[in-house]
Ligand binder design. Sequence first.
Ligand SMILES: NC(=O)C1=CN([C@@H]2O[C@H](COP(=O)(O)OP(=O)(O)OC[C@H]3O[C@@H](n4cnc5c(N)ncnc54)[C@H](OP(=O)(O)O)[C@@H]3O)[C@@H](O)[C@H]2O)C=CC1
Ligand SMILES: N[C@@H](C=O)C(=O)O
Length: 255
Amino acid sequence: MKIGIITGASSGIGREFARQMEYFYQTLDEIWVIARRKEKLLALSAQIRVPVRIFNGDLTEKEIYTELSNLLETEKPDIRMLVNAAGFGKSGNAEDIRRKEAGCQSRMIDLNCRALTEMTFVCLPYMSAGSRILNIASAAAFCPQPGFAVYAATKAYVLSFSRALGEEVKNRRIYVTAVCPGPVDTEFFETAGRPESFLKEKVMAEAPQVVRKALLDSRARKSLSIYGLPMKGAQIAAKVLPHRLVLKLEQIGRK
Ligand SMILES: NC(=O)C1=CN([C@@H]2O[C@H](COP(=O)(O)OP(=O)(O)OC[C@H]3O[C@@H](n4cnc5c(N)ncnc54)[C@H](OP(=O)(O)O)[C@@H]3O)[C@@H](O)[C@H]2O)C=CC1
Ligand SMILES: N[C@@H](C=O)C(=O)O
């Protein structure tokens, strides 16, 4: 059985991957989707031609990994594509966030970093030559971001982990792509709060385009997928300019 697995499929970027995946992989037997909101996953499954298997759970808790591992062990599917999209952010000074919402940033690290890593290791034994992993990092990974400090740090982890893992599994012909979008119009900002920088509002992208580019880049075995000129510019700027200067420019961009 050939399958795709998508975390964070109940909304935004993850849901869009679920919608587009069947067109990129015409031979998939099932798509397995993971998120906490079951009703959203049920609604998604009604929109997709390929049978969808729903895993309703919290990726920061261990139960979901036990359920998934047991099923993988029983069914031994060939995972053709894993998309790690579950994640969240929170705008504001890190210390203020901690004062107002104790535990929020630790949960963010747990979901954005630990859960993504654990999902990858749970799935890798069931991946074979030509399989793909897409880890949703962010353009926030390119440089530290005051006002998004912990979030940007989690995404720097995702980018670093993905690129190193990509080298480690290359000899098995498994291809890893770190997807680094700038702001995308999804429910993300309901949790994160509207972007502090007016520049982010100006470059807001749509999930279908970001996902289409990511799937094409994955097909082309690229280790990095960056949608749109503004974010490509941001990546180059973060590479060539001293981060001290980029940090100053970011502070000017904050409202
Ligand atoms: N939107 C943006 O501007 C950008 C987003 N990203 C990244 O893209 C990814 C997807 O975000 P996006 O689609 O925009 O945001 P959404 O808020 O629309 O989607 C987040 C998804 O993560 C799931 N999720 C959240 N917490 C948990 C949890 N504890 N356990 C399981 N699933 C969870 C949510 O499902 P549920 O609530 O049902 O559990 C939802 O499906 C994230 O990693 C985000 O950091 C990167 C760059 C830009
Ligand atoms: N890239 C976006 C989130 O990851 C943002 O910077 O708002």
